[in-house]
Design a protein around this ligand. Structure first.
Ligand code: SIN
Ligand code: CO
Length: 384
């Protein structure tokens, strides 16, 4: 609890949620005292050279920041030459999904476990030399901007004017007017709800910011995904019917009667609220497009069980696991075993199961399933 109080400026999670979450920004000095970051700029650049790690380099010309042509975005993977060709200022490197690669980034997320995991997007890490940043913009998610090494000046605004610079390769506000500004130092953190305009500019040459993002999916996105899930699981194949149709003189027209018939058909596409729980569990645990699991080497169930009893298991950093009304889901799929002793719940929340647990009777039935997950690379045996 003490830790949560520092993280949230002396507020309890309940107070933070009631007063700030999804409502207004909060600056927290010394949110994680002593935090200096979990990787160096070189290590971040190393990650950006890997094919399965989504990364972007953003460059701008300080004389032309209000013009679309003043900005340049390149997607990774990069190589050493890309970095050695960079100017000394006015660029930034962004690497997404760092929690899927580094256990320390995953551990950072444990500080935020008072927020449902389903809302978690990822940890993005940025590096920028003096003057670097991504320009003024809004995000469609809640974000905790935690300062690692170096200093960053954040300017924010609750402005309604969300016009963008035309033809820019990224969404930059054309009329940003700063209302509040702070310079964040290592361990400081700024919480922003969605749609608060913000602009972070590096104040020195080793500025690294950790963005812990919580997604707030748009109704449009949920509707498209839900209908797609319904399509896969069998939407009604009732055919369009117009037995009362009369001959028309304007055959090219879509008439009102057709619109009315289709509207009635679509309104019959009803769903039960109970279908939404499993849909959300699948949707929120579905691995992102860039995620690749590496299968573990084959082990017989006996050997797996032996080792499991000695070492326990940990979820792969890329694995996502949620539950709904006693049903568990992992990486977009339902888990076909029952959680007898709360072990699946522990695995979903703590991301690991310790060896002694496997002495209990009601954990044994999980072993064949755990082995399947192990073979897929969704979880790993701990080092003994
Ligand atoms: C950054 O770290 O430079 C960008 C983070 C953000 O504005 O969301
Ligand atoms: Co942002």
């Amino acid at each position: 609890m003490q830790q949560a109080l520092t993280l949230l400026n002396g507020l309890t999670p309940t107070q933070f949620m009631a007063e700030y979450w999804q409502k207004k920004p909060l600056l927290i000095r010394g949110a994680l005292p002593g935090f200096k970051g979990i990787l160096t700029p070189d290590e971040l650049a190393g990650l950006a050279c890997e094919t399965e790690v989504p990364s972007r380099l953003i460059r701008f010309d300080p004389e032309h920041v209000h013009e679309g042509q003043g900005w340049q975005v390149t997607q990774g993977p990069f190589d050493e030459d890309d970095f050695s060709a960079l100017p000394t200022r006015y660029w930034t490197l962004l690497v997404q999904g760092v929690n899927h690669i580094l256990p320390d980034a995953q551990a950072l997320l444990a500080h935020f476990n008072f927020i449902p995991t389903a809302r978690l997007d990822d940890v993005m890490v940025s590096y920028a030399p003096t003057g670097g940043g991504v320009g003024p913009h809004i995000d469609s998610y809640d974000v905790f901007l935690l300062q690692g090494a170096g200093k960053r000046r954040w300017s924010i605004s609750q402005q309604d004017d969300l016009r963008l610079i035309p033809d820019a390769p990224l969404r930059i506000l054309s009329h940003f007017v700063s209302e509040q500004e702070w310079v964040l130092e290592p361990g400081d953190m700024l919480y922003l709800p969605p749609n608060v305009a913000h602009w972070g500019v590096a104040e020195d040459d080793d500025c690294m910011t950790y963005s812990i993002g919580f997604r707030a999916p748009a109704a449009r996105e949920l509707a498209v995904e839900f209908l797609d899930a319904c399509r896969q699981e069998g939407l009604s194949d009732e055919l369009y019917q117009d037995p009362e149709l009369e001959p028309v003189s304007d055959a090219a027209a879509i008439d009102q009667a057709m619109v009315t018939r289709v509207s009635a058909m679509l309104q019959r596409l009803a769903w039960h609220p109970d279908e939404l729980g499993p849909f959300l569990a699948r949707y929120f645990t579905e691995p992102k497009a860039y995620v690749v699991f590496t299968p573990n080497r084959k082990l017989s169930l006996t050997k797996f069980t032996d080792q499991m009893r000695k070492s326990g298991v940990t979820l792969d950093l890329q694995t996502q696991m949620l539950h709904w009304q006693g049903q568990y889901f992992i990486n977009g799929e339902v888990i076909e075993v029952t959680d007898l002793g709360g072990h699946l719940n522990a695995l979903a929340n703590q991301r690991q199961l310790s060896a002694p647990l496997f002495e209990s009777e009601n954990a044994k039935h999980l072993l064949p399933w755990l082995r399947d997950m192990y073979l897929l690379g969704y979880l790993h045996l701990n080092e003994i």
